[in-house]
Design a protein around this ligand. Sequence first.
Ligand code: ADE
Length: 477
Amino acid sequence: MNFYIMTLFPEMIEQGAKNSILGRAIDNGIISLEAVNIRDYTEDKHRKVDDYPYGGGAGMLMQAQPVYDCWRAVEEKIKEKRGSKAGAKTRVIYLTPQGKTFHQEMAGELAKEEDIIFLCGHYEGIDERALEEIVTDYVSIGDYVLTGGELPALVMIDAVARLAPGVLHNEDSAGEETFYNDLLEYPQYSRPEQWHGKKVPEVLLSGNHKKIREWRLEQSEIKTQRWRPDLYEKYALRKKLMEKLVKKNKALYADMSESLGRGRGELIYGGEDGAVVWDKKADVYMLSSFDKASAEKIVDQIPERIKDGQFILHEEWLLPPMERRFPVKEKMMCQRAVYNRDVSLPRSGEIEILQLDISWLPVISAHYHLGSEGYVEERLLSGAIFGAFIEGKLAGFIGEHIEGSLGMLEVFEEYRRKGIAAELESYMINLHLSRGHLPYGDVIVGNEASMKLQRKLGLKVSKEIYCWAIVPSDAAL
Ligand code: ADE
């Protein structure tokens, strides 16, 4: 992920980004940041970049020419770097108090971009004609006026960069915090146990992780209800639907309830007749229609702007209305495997299981065929793929898919029938349990080897069959 900042004060950006997590991510090459001085592009012999506004008024305005030429140079550089991959125009974000207010969801959306250009204004703003030609997004960081766009650009870069795969090392740490799941963060305590006569809550010293999770959730709920009732209302709606899905069919709807529960699912529709959840991170729409009569209505909840993508259809009667609306090109029929217990699975001490880093990309890509190399790369950078090692050699791997299910399991030919698959899956199940997640996976109908493994490990396989429907992005509508 590369940030380009067009500014009159490049040192301000460089100083602001060189420390802490952002600085480390830059040093490690996970993100790059380049502050480009707009003044270097002025044609004025005195290096002037501003002038009086026509029609009068207070202050000076940044002129169109240096801003435009600076942008051209940055855009050119990005095109050159991308080479044949050059696609849509790079997003250009103009920081202004008149823009759309920045929030966590916008940060998540921007984190998917490979390159972002920020344009920092000064004085009374920038000549409108330059803005019209180059800006794609007008963004404010809040209803107050600052002296320039550099601090807002740094705020946005910090919020976006920390969501990019690999920046925080642990995929989960970007998850369980304020705004995750529309809940404010629970209170935290460190040593000493007693300070100013105040004791750390007993439950946090108990070592009982389940109880600790429950306590934290309860504290988050209380805090949110008190300080942010607007957020709490959204959270409560989602919670109600989750409970309903679990009650109806815990295995079949595990993807929807986990997506909502892990704070990545947005409730597009939730009613007596069904639900539509959009998993923001995976960009997958999950649909369920509790009765056949409402199938058409449920499919109609998918927003008009969606032209392609991946959809999970939980009931067979969703397929005909789906195919009427979208040119579905691929269908994968699955059954859901769920680990319902909360006790960890035993592990043999002989097989070492380690998180795989990006250096394993060629090996994993060569063996995993249900996703692109880009997908494997994203999963490795997110720390979501784990390998089994025997005598120091990689014998197989397993991963967590982007929407949260367990999968990508592969044991290399020469290591099969040694119980490695069971070891890898047990490891992942235990990891999910330790994070408070429900371990679940999609088993392709007819994959008897996988079915056997799921049953052996004590997972419950749903009898219902659901469908992954894929509408390719180049499908003509
Ligand atoms: N420039 C000046 N004030 C700003 C704000 N609040 N947000 C974004 N850019 C700004």
